[in-house]
Design a protein around this ligand. Structure first.
Ligand SMILES: [Ca+2]
Length: 543
């Protein structure tokens, strides 16, 4: 059955692709629609080694089964933070190119917009005949005409802002929850008292899938907000990891790295020899500091297990309804681990933004993880989830840009492997279009809008074992951060951003990621010509 279904799918791809070309890139809609469904799950601020299949001690049986039953993706490159990655994956272009920058609103919530001059994944799949559903974080514009309901999603329940409480409470903006339900503003009274957002996203998606038209493939986008700060959990989940992190972040970092190495998800030649921890050794912290940080990490771990349980509910539904076999499942995080010091702040830098509504916030240890707490797990535990890669979320180093991920689709993707081939978030759009038997229309008019071409490439032939790489060795992708930036070309990575918390730029450094994914050995002075070429490429196309 698997083989037949896959052959039918391949035949359909060929027909659809040739039709598309003849019809001058008009998307194809198949009559007997055997095209696979696409379930695309994106975690928020999940560290590279935070799930079991990537080295974690946190219990993630559902994700591990899918990861081990598919292909783990160990070299996916994202943007340095939430909005940048969502831009790259939704529009398949550089992380700052389509962003219309606007001043932050009251409460510090960014108010940027994803330009309408890019056709994005749901719009293109909708055109190609897919039903399109989304539950989760949007973070690409709050204005009318820019939210998921008018950007290609048939059904959506979404957090428009970059961050929010997990409970029914005002968070950064007094009087505004920041949710939209099929394009309609969600008020306080619209949510139940026991509202917990991860459950709500799961429930809503199950509702959409339950009402889906039979015989029509669907695209379900689930950008969950776990385990982004504020770390919060329902009461009965709060103590699942009680006492589990008393060993502290230095020991956890070593344990995670060893396991990740055994699992083959970090390069064989990587090590922790020159790892810069950026924080005081765990042993030097006071008992009070240790208790606060380890408690925050307990809640963080519980959120990841809760996320796994939630994904398990979706998978069970697909299995029961006979759809699992014909669904391509893709999981990733939106970048590297978070390192905010909210709640546990002991005066170390960077403090970051504190609670915007201090009169509402109760960050006593016994309230950590409950409604009106505002806590993150800090830089030390963040690094434990990023090692051996350098730094974390917000940085253009590998600890910021690398996101764990996998694809599961047994009829075409072999089980148990790990790919270290370079890919970026820009590659998802063309991959999904290939799965749907269509392609991006290129520059020109799309739904009356002038749109730009994409910069990613389909990963499908690589993920299905037909090719070794996704990109040629001269394919370049650039990033900006602060006043500096980074460019990856083949195995070379050029970067001039300073350590977190420092301003300005450094001299351009060059690393060979194949030999030195920890970015410790600067080879710029031995490769002046390459550095010069790469700076020019960055200045011309990515700045
Ligand atoms: Ca994020």
């Amino acid at each position: 059955m698997n083989v037949l279904r896959f052959l039918a799918f391949v035949a359909l791809l060929i027909i659809a692709t040739s039709c598309t070309k003849e019809a001058q890139h008009r998307p194809a809609i198949a009559t007997t629609d055997m095209r696979p469904n696409i379930l695309f799950i994106v975690a928020d601020d999940l560290g590279f080694t935070d799930i079991g299949a990537f080295g974690s001690e946190i219990s993630t049986p559902n994700l591990d089964e899918l990861a081990m039953g598919g292909l783990r993706i160990a070299s996916m490159h994202a943007g340095p933070a939430c909005q940048q990655t969502r831009t790259m994956l939704m529009a398949s272009t550089g992380h700052m190119k389509p962003i219309e920058v606007r001043p932050a609103q009251d409460g510090g919530q960014r108010d940027n917009l994803l330009s309408l001059n890019w056709a994005i994944i749901p719009e293109l799949l909708q055109e190609a005949g897919y039903a399109t559903y989304m539950t989760g974080k949007w973070d690409l514009g709050r204005d009318k005409g820019y939210t998921p309901a008018t950007r290609g999603f048939d059904r959506s329940f979404t957090q428009l802002n970059g961050s929010s409480s997990f409970f029914r409470e005002f968070f950064l903006i007094p009087g505004e929850l920041g949710f939209e339900d099929d394009g309609v503003h969600v008020g306080f009274e619209d949510l139940s008292e026991d509202f917990y957002v991860t459950d709500h996203y799961t429930n809503k998606m199950l509702e959409y899938l339950g009402e889906a038209e039979e015989g029509k493939p669907w695209f379900a986008y689930m950008p969950y907000t776990a385990p982004h700060w504020p770390l919060q959990l329902p009461d009965d989940w709060l103590d699942k990891y009680a006492g589990k992190y008393e060993m502290g972040y230095d020991e956890l970092r070593v344990q995670r790295f060893k396991r990740a190495l055994e699992l083959g998800v970090v390069p064989e030649n990587s090590n922790l020899d020159n790892f810069e921890s950026q924080v005081d050794p765990w042993a030097d912290l006071s008992a009070d500091e240790q208790r606060k940080y380890s408690r925050a990490q307990e809640i963080y771990a519980g959120m990841i297990e809760h996320l796994d349980m939630s994904i398990g509910r979706i998978i069970s539904y697909l299995e029961q309804s006979g759809q699992l076999e014909n669904t391509v499942i893709v999981f990733t995080s939106d970048h590297g681990a978070s390192h905010a010091e909210f709640g546990v702040d002991t005066g170390r830098t960077p403090k970051g933004r504190g609670p915007n509504m201090p009169e509402h916030t109760d960050n006593r240890l016994e309230n950590f993880g409950r409604i009106n707490s505002f806590v993150d797990h800090g830089r030390g535990f963040g690094a434990a989830g990023s090692a051996p890669f350098r730094y974390m979320k917000g940085s253009l180093t590998e600890g910021g840009l690398r996101a764990a991920g996998f694809i599961n689709y047994p009829s075409a993707v072999k089980a148990g492997g790990v790919t270290h081939t370079y890919m970026t978030m820009m590659d998802f759009l063309p991959t999904f279009l290939e799965i749907a038997g269509t392609e991006h229309p290129g520059a020109g008019l799309f739904k009356g809008r002038e749109i730009n071409p994409i910069l990613g490439a389909s990963m499908w032939s690589h993920l299905t074992g037909q090719t070794d790489v996704v990109h040629g060795e001269n394919y370049s992708v650039g990033w900006t951060g602060g006043q500096g930036g980074a460019l990856i070309r083949g195995n070379y990575k050029l970067i001039n951003t300073p350590a977190p918390g420092q301003q300005g730029t450094t001299d351009w450094r060059l690393y060979d990621l194949a030999a030195d994914s920890g970015e410790h050995i600067n080879i710029a002075s031995q490769n002046i010509d390459i550095v010069t070429e790469m700076i020019e490429e960055w200045e011309t196309n990515w700045r």
